[in-house]
Design a protein around this ligand. Structure first.
Ligand code: PLP
Length: 398
């Protein structure tokens, strides 16, 4: 059957106002990068998120690259990362000498906890990367208490969790660094690519503009003639005598203009998705073979809607196959444990003691859940799910 409900690569549709803001920026922004729209977006993000410092960057991976560099890893320093996450939660740290130690997830919430992280800590642990996968904020107060006790840096990968909070503290605002993605699939997207880095420490924050933009900075003196000695200074970012390498990770002005405007809508996008997720989960209450993570509060923004199918892997595969073949609903399986990828295996990091992550991956189903899904598509997906589960019961598939 043709696809009726796709696992879309695009998460949201823009409103006419948002389009007008982007068009206006296209007309008037000068320069088209590193201008007033960037400053306005960062300022608005700081007040939205509660962060002291926020820097717009080209995407979430660039935010992780900068955070990884500011962690100043030495060869052999260990970085504890969940195995169940997107690849760029991990590899920017490996590029700088870090050795990943894979942390397991909690089977109920599908994210790391202080307990699962604790099991992965050693005397060499320098950094923890806490990932709010699916849009659910990991238990940051407990994770920060654990990290502070042992003087470990924490990076919050909030790429999927914009706007989600614990008791009013937004994701990305607990740890030393917070990273966000505005990729095409996210609840806020700046034309397909974009990201934000939040930084707690003032000294580290001062370095971010240089790291983000080729080491560019003002001259330390007043120039009598604006062209002498040159347009702008380039310096080597340094921290306590250690050299850091810059790159060009800037986000364009049109994207910043759009992002700032979309921030006004994030809470309502999240609330709409949460409402739909809860209604979907509740409608399947009589089917305990599908186990969802049900969260009524804004701690979950339901960027994604994932479930575990009890029973055999064959039953999960049968479900996904039937949903597609008989109903045209494209469910997927996500977050291949990183240690199973050739990338990490070739580097010698192919072993993980993460039974819950492995088990969840082998039984998980990720439903299409983009914000721009129509009411009709949503109803079809629910009806198809009910019919497929009934069919599996009828065939006594376990
Ligand atoms: C958990 C997680 N970390 C990191 C990233 C990387 O973000 P980006 O695609 O913007 O580079 C993503 C998004 O795709 C993500 O979902």
């Amino acid at each position: 059957m043709d696809i009726q409900v796709d696992f879309s690569g695009r998460g949201v549709d823009y409103t006419e106002e948002e389009i007008a803001v982007a068009v206006e920026a296209m007309r008037v922004a000068n320069p088209l990068t590193q201008g007033r729209y960037q400053s306005a977006f960062e300022e608005k993000f700081r007040s939205f998120n509660g962060a002291g410092h926020a820097f717009a960057v080209s995407n979430g991976t660039c935010a992780l690259e900068i955070a990884a560099q500011l962690c100043r890893l030495k060869d052999g320093d260990e970085v504890v990362v969940p195995s169940h996450t997107f690849t760029s939660s991990a590899y920017p740290f490996l590029k700088r000498g870090g050795k990943p130690v894979w942390a397991d997830i909690d089977p109920r919430t599908r994210v790391v906890t202080a307990e699962t992280l604790k099991r992965a800590l050693t005397s060499r642990t320098k950094v923890i990367v806490a990932v709010h996968l699916y849009g659910y904020v990991a238990d940051m107060p407990a994770i920060m208490a654990l990290a502070r006790e042992r003087r470990i840096l924490v990076v919050e990968d909030a790429c999927q969790a914009i706007g989600a909070d614990i008791d009013g503290v937004r994701a990305g605002n607990f740890a030393d660094f917070g990273v966000f993605s505005f990729h095409s699939h996210k609840n806020l997207t700046t034309l397909g690519e974009g990201g934000m880095l939040t930084v707690k420490d003032d000294t580290l924050a001062d370095l971010v503009p240089l790291l983000r933009h080729n080491g560019h900075c003002p001259f330390a003196f007043e120039r009598e003639d604006y062209w002498i000695p040159a347009m702008g200074n380039v310096d080597l970012p340094e921290l306590e005598g250690e050299r850091l390498w810059p790159a060009n990770f800037c986000l364009g002005e049109v994207e910043c203009a759009l992002g700032a405007r979309q921030l006004d809508r994030v809470d309502s996008i999240n609330a709409q998705k949460r409402g739909r997720a809860l209604a979907f989960i509740d409608a399947l209450r009589e089917y305990p073979e599908l186990v969802f993570h049900r969260v009524e509060t804004s701690r979950h923004n339901y960027h994604l809607l994932a479930a575990r199918m009890e029973g055999s892997v064959a039953r999960r595969d049968d479900f996904i196959r039937r949903m597609m073949k008989e109903h045209g609903i494209k469910c997927v399986v996500q977050y291949y444990p990183l240690n199973r990828y050739p990338f990490y295996q070739k580097l010698g990091f192919g072993r993980a003691d993460c039974p819950a992550a492995d088990d969840f991956f082998d039984h998980m189903i990720s439903f299409p859940f983009q914000h721009n899904m129509t009411e009709d598509e949503y109803r079809r997906m629910l009806a198809a799910t009910l019919r497929t589960l009934d069919e599996q019961r009828r065939r006594r598939l376990l």
